[in-house]
Design a protein around this ligand. Structure first.
Ligand code: PMP
Length: 290
């Protein structure tokens, strides 16, 4: 697979208040964000030049930083305008946006009280997280070797780099075995989420999704719950054990990058993307493309 490395592309990245050349958007190796995971980020999509739920993402970005004990030094207005400027500077209308904030290099130990907070925003074309032909059939999930931690263990509602350590390990394990993604249980053994997307199940024509009490309550998850209810579909948010999958007819994932992705298999258990998944995919396309 040949990919253009992300540090060697043409274009502009917004960094610490200004648009700079893509290749110059660098940080020092002695950055607290790199060594101690003091870093939070966002993932957003623009459709036809309009960023979907831009302000919600910006507010979550601020809130994630606060949960790690730092304040992003730019207002929501400034960040929203910066995102627009990044799209424009790169000539993008359908794109994925990645704001990221991290503690810098002033202190290099666990404590980093005096470290400066840096912010960057990049954007690029990313049509689909999973290949369209695989997505159409439904992706294959493998059980993850790690569980989502308890809220007493980590700031579980932050979109923070540190929480992705177990996601990358789990996703690599899944890919090594020929699956597209991993499905994580939580610390109690309840169904939780995939490595970068939330989980939805269909049982007897109704939707069931795990309670977001120890993982990200995705903006797409909230959108899809609202769209389902508008369509007259009953939605239950509750704790579920994996044994319940035996009663499930359809499974799908939701996320900014994944949008609505049907699931065709969870390690040997087969599901067929059906009417509810397809109806919500259509509704989500309409909602995002205005
Ligand atoms: N869970 C995880 C671990 C994620 O990385 C994401 C993607 N941000 C989601 C859920 C879905 O969140 P959203 O719908 O806000 O993109």
């Amino acid at each position: 697979m040949s990919v253009i490395p992300f540090d060697d592309r043409d274009g502009k990245i917004w960094m610490d208040g200004q648009l700079i050349d893509w290749r110059e958007a660098k940080l020092h190796v002695l950055s607290h964000g790199l060594h101690y995971a003091s870093s939070v980020f966002e993932g957003e999509r623009a459709y036809g030049g309009k960023i979907f739920k831009s302000r919600e993402h910006t507010l979550r970005f601020h809130a994630s930083a606060e949960q790690l004990g730092f304040t992003i030094p730019y207002s929501a207005e400034v960040l929203d305008a910066a995102k627009e400027a990044v799209l424009k500077a790169n000539g993008l209308s359908d794109a994925y946006l990645r704001p990221v904030a991290w503690r810098g290099s002033e202190m290099m130990a666990v404590s980093a009280q005096a470290s400066k907070i840096h912010v960057a925003i990049a954007a690029w074309e990313w049509p689909s997280m999973f290949k369209p032909e695989i997505k159409a059939k439904g992706i294959r999930l493998k059980w993850a070797p790690y569980k989502r931690p308890s809220p007493e263990t980590e700031p579980v509602h932050a979109k923070a780099a540190g929480l992705y350590m177990i996601c990358t390990i789990s996703k690599h394990d899944a890919e090594k075995h020929g699956y597209q993604d991993a499905l994580m249980l939580d610390y109690r053994g309840y169904l939780a989420e995939a490595t970068g997307a939330n989980l939805f199940l269909v049982i007897d024509g109704e939707i069931h999704t795990p309670t977001a009490d120890c993982f990200l309550n995705g903006i797409t998850r909230q959108t899809v719950i609202a769209l389902a209810r508008e369509a007259g579909i009953t939605v239950h948010e509750r704790h579920m054990k994996p044994e319940e999958l035996a009663r499930v007819s359809e499974v799908f994932l939701t996320g900014t990058a994944a949008e609505i992705t049907p699931v065709g298999e969870i390690e040997g258990q087969i599901f067929t993307p059906g009417t509810i998944t397809h109806a919500l995919m259509d509704a989500y396309t309409k909602a995002t493309r205005g």
